[in-house]
Design a protein around this ligand. Sequence first.
Ligand code: HCR
Length: 420
Amino acid sequence: MSSTSATWTSFIKSIASYNGDLSSLTAPPFILSPTSLVEYPQYWSEHVDLFLAPNFIRQEANDIDAVELKHMVAVLRWFISTLKSQYCSRAESLGGEKKPLNPFLGELFLGKWTDQSASKQHGDTLLVSEQVSHHPPITAYAIENKTNKTVLQGYNGVRAFMSTTALNVRQYGHALLEYQNLKETYLITLPPLHIEGILMAAPFVELEQKSYIQSSAGYVAVIEYSGKGYFSGKSNSFKARIFKDIREAQDKTKALYTISGQWSGVSKISRGNTLASDAQVFYDANAQKAQPLSVKPIEEQGPLESRRAWQKVADAIRANDYNLIHQEKSIIENEQRELRKKEQADNTTWKQKFFDEIDYKSLTEDTDETGYIKLAKMANLSHKNVPSGTKQDSSKEQGAEEASHWRFNQEKFDTAKLAF
Ligand code: HCR
């Protein structure tokens, strides 16, 4: 047995009974990614044109559909376009899923997508991502396009448990997408997933079960995921249905649209509950090039900015230098320990820069400015501390504790006048 496969075998043994927040999972160096998890929110907007598309949809005289339904179809297309970057990009670029760097409290990732539209109607789109909690690890983010008054904000954390062959991951959190000019907001839940191929040392992500997109106009999209074999015999398959509202969603035959295919490949759309033989292409993930965001050169970044803070660790990972990885990681971890000790001694706590933790116990539908409570109710989704997408009537939500949620503080962000 080579030393690599011996290390992998002992890693598998160590995660066999794993059940936790993943930050404590010690993976062998060759499975480490040089990228911090705080960078992942960039995957939400690598197709900026689709992100902004609803702003440019108009009601036409001969339209069968209400404009809000056309918006929902466009939001769903954008959402499907994010999945390849979110869940396949490491497997594609690094030859397999990797364990991202575990962000430290206060770590920041900033970047922007410059307007590349022919019409120049897009304007720039900014990303701010911040590690708002270390235990449990939570990343909050906002993606803002001021020209089109479009903001996506959200946060996520993960918990994982090992089954016989796969690492099962449950996401906590959600995203809220607001088109201020259209006066529409969308609540987006995050799908459960599992990591397959661990036993073969070739990990890859499969999405499973369902996620939801609830529009403030009532329309709801229910997206079901499956791996090889279930819907189409292909990996990364999904079937999404759009309904007039959550009540209609109880009956699949009431679907206004059905979209089916691979989120990492081609999907098609038809009206109604089944995909017609002449269904139109909905999205082709391989035909649409992702637009990477631009990030300031490392020398110009601040000390809390991810690529600058992790630079030496990332270089050591790229160089496969196991001792150096350990050495450089320990420097960051010790600094963090010292900071926490000092805060304790001074009786202070870390102040997040751009996000606030909001206690939802004290909010009602009327006082919640984001519209989250209303949207969760419309979709019959729990707003407690349960995996994203948990239904209100599910057994998991009974007895679950109330959750606080992380929200973007626009004022703090504007006042900071960051240079991107
Ligand atoms: C589970 C995961 C860390 C979390 C990553 C999340 C859920 C983070 C939020 C993004 O919006 C979407 C996303 C995509 C990733 O697929 C998911 C990661 C996949 C693997 C990684 C584990 C911590 C790695 C475990 C180590 C493996 C390779 C054995």
